[in-house]
Design a protein around this ligand. Structure first.
Ligand SMILES: NC(=O)c1ccc[n+]([C@@H]2O[C@H](COP(=O)([O-])OP(=O)(O)OC[C@H]3O[C@@H](n4cnc5c(N)ncnc54)[C@H](OP(=O)(O)O)[C@@H]3O)[C@@H](O)[C@H]2O)c1
Length: 348
């Protein structure tokens, strides 16, 4: 029996991962699309990658909505081994865990490859018995037009089971299933050509999330608030460099305290330290800007809650303040609200 993956939210990241997994023998990938549905239904995806070359990816089933996926699943008696969720995380407007209603069963694992913190909780609440695998990727990919995916750089992807609370809150069977499914999905990623994919335990993966959040919360809002400064330009400006460093340090300090550590486990988890991150950003001469800037520039909602709001709230609940991140969040959230209100008015 083939392994079946359903990509929910087949944009840049979903189509990239779907297209790689589709190269694994005995693995069939389907996709839930939205605005790109008609084009993908007619032509499939076209992917261009410096690693994997130019290739076409035609999902086994292409659905216009998760409702259509549910109906087809019933008619064809399909089962999904992996529900790979790659939507943007916008909890203030959508609870995307709802999209998976009726698609999850005992054999399915929910795999979340998305940025931000606290993104797994809605899925855990809705599907308390399901295996949830949390994924963080540094892949840089874009969908320049419907169905046209450019993989720009990097492949490193980190994966771990989502098992919050202490070990006594999970029975041995659940722990064993979650770690076995993490191992199996990691193996699929490697077979799909993502040679540097790595797995962690729950705590390790959450540190990886905090690490990505540190980078995203420093660079992304700063690009928007400076009117579109590129990554490198932010890192080489002396004052902005101090600011980026300050934001990252604040996040790393909060993450360490929350996990009861003196310091952030950079070496243990083989994660770049702030100076190495800044040096790497400085070396990137591609002129790239963070996705949050592109979202803002194109009038789309930014992932403010997952990247800024949730970390602040998680820290605050434990009595920790993150004043730099909080300022960025407060300013951008209001800028977004004002723009949305102005747009709503202009529609009247
Ligand atoms: N792109 C990157 O380089 C990158 C790198 C690392 C991490 N990430 C993270 O990965 C996640 C996905 O980012 P992305 O860049 O791939 O975003 P994206 O290109 O906007 O893809 C998201 C896709 O989900 C679709 N979608 C949203 N709601 C849906 C629904 N209800 N039903 C069906 N489809 C739905 C969107 O459709 P519409 O087009 O209709 O909105 C879009 O095609 C984010 O958390 C992001 O921060 C991205």
């Amino acid at each position: 029996m083939p392994t079946r993956v359903l990509v929910v939210g087949a944009g840049a990241i979903g189509a990239f991962f779907g297209s790689r997994l589709a190269t694994v023998p005995q693995l069939l990938v389907s996709a839930v699309c939205r605005s790109n549905y008609q084009t993908v239904k007619s032509n499939g995806f076209k992917v261009d990658s410096p690693w994997y070359g130019k290739y076409a990816f035609r999902p086994e089933y292409i659905f216009a909505s998760s409702e259509e996926a549910r109906q087809t699943m019933r008619k064809q008696a399909l089962k999904w081994d992996y529900l790979l969720v790659t939507t943007k995380v916008l909890p203030e407007i959508n609870d995307d865990s709802k999209l998976l209603e009726g698609l999850v069963d005992d054999r399915s694992s929910i795999v979340l490859i998305q940025n931000g913190l606290g993104i797994e909780e809605a899925y855990r609440r809705r599907f308390p018995n399901a295996t949830i695998l949390s994924g963080v990727t540094v892949v840089s990919a874009t969908q320049s037009e419907p169905g046209i995916i450019t993989h720009n750089r990097w492949t490193k992807t980190s994966l771990g089971p989502y098992l919050p609370g202490d070990a006594s809150s999970h029975d041995d069977q659940n722990l064993a299933t979650a770690s076995e499914r993490t191992r199996l999905f990691l193996e699929l990623l490697k077979k799909a050509g993502l040679a540097d994919a790595e797995s962690y335990d729950h705590a390790g993966l959450q540190f990886v999330r905090w690490h990505k959040v540190a980078i995203n919360s420093a660079i992304n809002p700063s690009s928007v608030l400076t009117g579109g400064c590129g990554n490198r330009a932010l890192a080489i400006d002396p004052e902005l460099r101090i600011h980026l460093r300050g934001v990252m340090d604040e996040v790393f300090t909060a993450a360490s305290k929350l996990q009861g550590r003196q310091t952030f486990p950079f070496d243990e988890l083989k994660l770049a330290k702030p100076d190495q991150i800044l040096a790497s950003v400085e070396k990137n001469t591609s002129g790239s800007r963070p996705s949050m800037w592109h979202d803002w520039e194109n009038g789309r909602r930014m992932e403010l809650e997952a990247i800024l709001g949730n970390p602040i709230r998680i820290a605050r609940a434990e009595g920790l303040d993150m004043p730099r991140v909080q300022s960025l969040y407060a300013l951008l959230r209001m800028a977004q609200e004002r723009r949305n209100a102005a747009e709503d008015k202009s529609k009247l």
